[in-house]
Design a protein around this ligand. Sequence first.
Ligand code: ADP
Ligand code: MG
Length: 569
Amino acid sequence: MTDSASLPRIHQLSAALANQIAAGEVVERPASVVKELIENSLDAGARRIQVHIESGGSRLIRVQDDGCGIHDEDLSLALDRHATSKIHDPAELMGIRSLGFRGEALPSIGSVSRLILSSRYQSSDKGWTLRCDGSNIINARTPVAHNVGTTVEVQDLFYNTPARRKFLRTDKTEFGHIQERIQRLALSRFDVGFELFHNQREVYRLRPATDEQAMELRIARVLGKPFMQHALRIDFEASGLRLWGWLATADFNRSSSLLQYFYVNGRAVRDKFVNHAIRHAYEGSGFTGSHPAYVMYLELSPELVDVNVHPAKHEVRFRDSRLLHDFICSSVDRALRDPAAGDRQCIYNSAPVAPGKIPPQVRPWQVGEDLAAYTSLHNHTHDATGPVAVASPQAGPLGVPRFQLKHKYLICENNTGMVVINISAARRAILRQSIREALSKKEMTPVPLIMPVTVSLQQGMANIVENNNDRFTSLGMVLDRIGENKIIVRQLPSLLGDAEVASLVIALAQLLASSPNDAQLQECLVTHGIADEAERMSARQMSEFVREVERNADESVWSQLGLQDLEKL
Ligand code: ADP
Ligand code: MG
């Protein structure tokens, strides 16, 4: 800072400005508005959603639904920041079942447009409307003729933020993004009808799809026939996880990632981890192209996934990412190697078309729905099919896993005899390898923890942590000092998702006291990056684990006992 400069006094931001700042994250372009509004309609239990766009969304975006509507007295509250009907207390953050929950979308959109919100609540005999202009509510609610449901009209997006308006591309490009968003949402809820109009012309009308045949027709409509003609139908479940959907055979290659649709509990996500698992499986089946194509749905208990990672919520964080990686990778691998393994046939390509089984709908919990009923519905689908068989053991040098000893050793049988793998040593070798790769590719990126962890340590140690903030940052860790002997850890790289956070930070602080080099720091991450607990692996996990050990570890983590050695015994 220059010597004459001093900062002005601190003041509270106005609501309008705070909303515009939040809009920077949530409202990137017209397509993000469309996504937020449709998600609200889906959360409200809509069965039919109509979207009208004018001039690529810069002039008008109108989303109309037949959901439960907004209570007459809550209409203006819906436009307030941090006002939501979807969560009430912190515990609910751990198992989010609705698409929205941050209470940010409507106020953010309202702060950068002219917004008209009209709604009729399900038990109300009339509708109400409210108009807001750049976050200032400019009229009191007035009655309006409206069916039960909600209409949000967004006019002149970014009219008051010229810098952002300049970033808008041509109407055609913006409309292309809108269409892509709607497609992504349309494939998340086959049971809901979607209609899209651009400049008053109908672009498409997707009727609710209630059986498998109709679902496949919707996919063909949205993603094109060639995809469906190459699609394999999969449905696998194990350990409370279910992966179902359609994936293209390994000979179907696309030049872009546009045909990659992945949903976690009904929410479209883009996740490096998931991509990696899928790619890995494709490569194992001889795929040499750049972008495999798929529409896949992962279902798991909402408690096992943290969706509060990104304001637009297209990133998630899994509590047991390794298990998920293995599950996704081995399911896709199995389907590609043995198309009949997917357990269902893709009806699209078989003639004559037979009505298929109706797959359980993946749909998020809806406002007002009984939680217990929702959960039992989903648990029921998990029980319906037995567990997945072990992924085909394409045995490598370490052979086929036979059993686990004391949760500590894995005993395998190979051509030479028997192999004993030390599980925790092998896990560390794998982690060491991943950390090395991530650091060299600068991919140790921090991901927020849903609950930041407070670590108590001696004052001297806390000083060391504070003074070495850059080194923590370079390892993808975000932490702050919050007291004489307290540190709060807010973000960690996902590779360290299994770490016992407090002991990791203390070990790093102790090491930093002796000015370590980078290699020593990395080794400390490896040593403390895995919680040391005994674990029982399923058959499939064992087999995936052995393959991973072969790829990433060396003989220091296993011993081979030949038949001759055994005879001597
Ligand atoms: P969030 O979805 O995170 O709760 P929003 O700002 O998107 O936040 O919406 C605020 C609130 O307005 C929602 O919690 C919901 O109660 C209400 N709301 C918004 N859109 C609709 C809709 N289409 N139908 C019914 N209620 C809605
Ligand atoms: Mg919302």
